[in-house]
Design a protein around this ligand. Sequence first.
Ligand code: URA
Length: 229
Amino acid sequence: MIKKKSLSPVKLIKYYNLINHNLIYNNKAINRYKKDSFAITSDKANNLEKLRKSIHNIKNCNLKKDAINMVFSDGNPKSKIMLIGEAPGANEDEEGLPFVGRAGALLDKMLAAIDLDRKKVYISNIINYRPPDNRRPTDEEINRYLPFITKHIEIINPKILVLLGSTAMNALIGNEVVISKMRGKWIEKKFGNCKTSVIVTFHPAFLMRQPAQKKMAWIDLKMIRDKKI
Ligand code: URA
């Protein structure tokens, strides 16, 4: 019969130290990009506040270091129409609101043309902090903010989702599509529990550079106006 030998407490401590038991038993995964995730409830205002805090808590983001303000959203969270742009510019960074510069003035005109305004829609961007010199956000930056805008869509739960420009389109539909082929079409998409009709149209900043394309944007706007929701 093998006699069980019990170790004295001192020997036991030495043994645990020897096998580095802290590392073995307390070794939690180090997750640098730990998501500040939360369950969406029926309290929209509270969900939005939690999302705002999650974005505020993003760590090691260079965009954040250079920006003045987080640009979260504008408009009516109860709206059935949500618009998503690319990223804040200098004016948006200063005011902490999306589309308040020159592109925003054109967006307001586009909305007014179909009898909408900021009280009737909800507006956000793929990225919540201004990229320096208004450069396009990198793929890494887009991937980092994608879970947040996806959750934003899920919280607002719009019937119509308008993607303004190719950055929003590629981030939310995929990189294989091009705006000239995608604009002016309804596609049904699911973001979490939110099922929505998506339409892509040109970004107002692009329309300022290419005014000839405004006639195409007008077609898209009329489709939004005429959509039964
Ligand atoms: N362009 C965008 O895509 N978003 C803004 O908020 C402003 C300009």
